[in-house]
Design a protein around this ligand. Structure first.
Ligand SMILES: NC(=O)c1ccc[n+]([C@@H]2O[C@H](COP(=O)([O-])OP(=O)(O)OC[C@H]3O[C@@H](n4cnc5c(N)ncnc54)[C@H](O)[C@@H]3O)[C@@H](O)[C@H]2O)c1
Length: 365
């Protein structure tokens, strides 16, 4: 494990009991962090440098800050190690491509740390969508809010939205083709702490909204999917009731669809809370990584799915800068999407980024 801070220490814990793992070796550039690891997990072997760690392991978990992922993951791949890179796998499309190309050229396992793709509640949500229980998916929205934690090298978009983009891509088996973003910096002069994304999944005719915030009074981790038959809410903080399916809807007879006011009838059915055999997603993810190294099994969140998420985030950054929807690149060209500029800012100028004044700085994570 490279980087043994908040999240890296969780990887150390789960890897220590993952079948097939012979040794867990840790390196952190902060000696105090490494010292704390040695005290807490006596079985974990501390390495004195990145080079020393890369010489003795088969697989590496990169849990350093996002801005370092490109350099650290490429070094691990060049040393012939299989790699699991935490989200976002990089802070630019070029770096993410370099990681993916490097791993593919060397035939190494590359996994993106999209933990929610290993979450049984998210699997259930996907089953509900795929099995047609919800009917046609009309819209989806996500909220990932809390007070903090402010990060040093990325804004709230790059920190939290990778989770929601990966969940939406996974449950819909699709990828957005354009994105529109709005963000604001309230507590800091330039680092955005509140953001909204509008993702357009053209292939399946879905528009999804993502709200991420470090500046909210309560912790919220929710995904809502509204279908033509039923509606579902996935609440990651709801313990045994993570998924709730509501038999609710609105019925408008064809003749009434254009009537003003609309004469709708509302279906107020019951709510179901399906049982989910829950297992810690990080442990499932660690097992998938190790099994893929040992047996060649395919991983769900492979490098290309991590690259796809980075492409959406990069497009969102361009949207903030341009003040209009932007197509998500599927190659190395970037084109602004067709359509009018979105009047998104509080100042009403069409700019999507607002920090109390209009920000003209070239954004970057
Ligand atoms: N999948 C999830 O649910 C989830 C949750 C939280 C964080 N994360 C991700 O995990 C990563 C780490 O986040 P965190 O919250 O643990 O951050 P953190 O700041 O707590 O820890 C990062 C650690 O990396 C070390 N470090 C920095 N550069 C290094 C380098 N070049 N070599 C070795 N060590 C280095 C730092 O000393 C620090 O101890 C981020 O990419 C974050 O997005 C993922």
């Amino acid at each position: 494990v490279l980087g043994c801070g908040y999240w890296g220490s969780k990887h150390l814990r789960v890897l220590s009991s993952t079948p097939g793992v012979d040794r867990v070796v840790a390196f952190d550039r902060d000696g105090d962090v490494l010292g704390a690891v040695a005290e807490r997990w006596p079985s974990v072997e501390p390495a004195s440098s990145l080079t020393e760690l890369l010489e003795v392991v088969d697989g590496v978990v990169v849990a350093t800050p996002p801005g370092t992922h490109g350099t650290v993951a490429c070094a691990a791949i060049e040393a012939g190690c299989h790699v699991l890179v935490e989200k976002p796998i990089a802070t630019s499309v070029a770096e993410a491509e370099a990681i993916v190309d490097g791993a593919e050229c060397r035939g190494l396992v590359l996994m993106s740390g999209h933990t929610f793709e290993y979450n049984p509640a998210v699997w259930k949500l996907r089953d509900l969508i795929r099995g047609g229980d919800l009917g046609r998916v009309l819209h989806a929205s996500t909220a990932r809010l809390n007070l903090g934690l402010y990060r040093g090298d990325v804004n709230v978009l790059w920190d939290l939205a990778p989770h929601d983009i990966s969940i939406l891509n996974y449950v819909t088996s699709s990828r957005p083709d354009s994105v529109s973003a709005w963000a604001a910096s309230h507590a800091h002069d330039t680092v955005e702490d509140v953001a909204y994304l509008r993702l357009h999944y053209g292939r399946i005719g879905l528009v999804a909204h993502v709200h991420v915030s470090w500046l909210d009074p309560r912790k919220v981790r929710q995904v809502t999917v509204v279908g033509s038959r039923k509606m579902a809410i996935y609440d990651d903080l709801a313990g045994d009731e993570r998924i709730k399916v509501f038999d609710k809807g609105v019925v408008l007879e064809p003749a009434a669809r254009q009537a003003i006011p609309p004469t709708a009838s509302y279906r107020q059915g019951g709510m179901e809370c399906p049982h989910i055999d829950f297992e810690e997603p990080l442990a499932v993810e660690a097992r998938a990584f190790v099994d893929s190294i040992r047996w060649g099994s395919e991983v769900v969140s492979d490098g290309r799915s991590g690259l796809a998420v980075v492409r959406v985030l990069a497009a969102a950054e361009r949207s903030l800068r341009l003040g209009r929807p932007v197509e998500v690149d599927d190659g190395d060209t970037c084109r602004a999407a067709e359509g009018p500029a979105v009047a998104g800012s509080a100042a009403g100028t069409g700019a999507h980024r607002y920090n109390g004044r209009l920000s003209g700085r070239a954004p970057g994570p």
